[in-house]
Design a protein. Structure first.
Length: 120
């Protein structure tokens, strides 16, 4: 049987680890740097995938914001607001779109869950 003091010591040792893990994983966190090349790559993936799927000709301009939900180190779900220009409608200004992308970096698996015009 473990002695209470031993248990307490274990708790004190591992609590910061558990807290830091739960802060990083399993929660939605805002994207702080929208110029991050990896985030831009995810946004471009969403655009090109939607172009192919729906015969669109949107061209990436920038990432306007978003949130990331990490399940673990390599598994993440991105909700992005993307600014893109529609080449099929050149007279229209660039518009905002929202996309949901799941990214599993170790196997290079990416999946576009949705892509639509932003309501705001
Ligand atoms: C954001 O990311 C870009 C590209 O990695 C980098 O050049 C820039 O310094 C970063 N900005 C901030 C505020 O961290
Ligand atoms: C794809 O879109 C272009 C214009 O954006 C159109 O000319 C073409 O016919 C479309 N192709 C299909 C298969 O719908």
């Amino acid at each position: 049987m473990m002695r209470p003091l031993y248990l307490l010591t274990l708790l004190v040792l591992f609590l910061p680890l558990v807290v830091s893990l739960s802060r990083e994983y399993g929660v939605w966190r805002p994207i702080t740097n929208t110029s991050n090349p990896y985030v831009i790559e995810i946004a471009k993936f969403a655009i090109s995938h939607n172009n192919k799927r729906n015969n669109k000709s949107l061209v990436f301009q920038s990432v306007d914001g978003g949130d990331i939900h990490r399940s673990d180190k390599l598994d993440a779900y991105y909700k992005l607001t993307i600014v893109a220009k529609d080449e099929a409608l050149p007279s229209r200004p660039a518009g905002k779109y929202v996309a949901g992308v799941w990214d599993q970096s170790i196997q290079l698996v990416r999946k576009l869950y949705y892509f639509r015009k932003s309501q705001n």
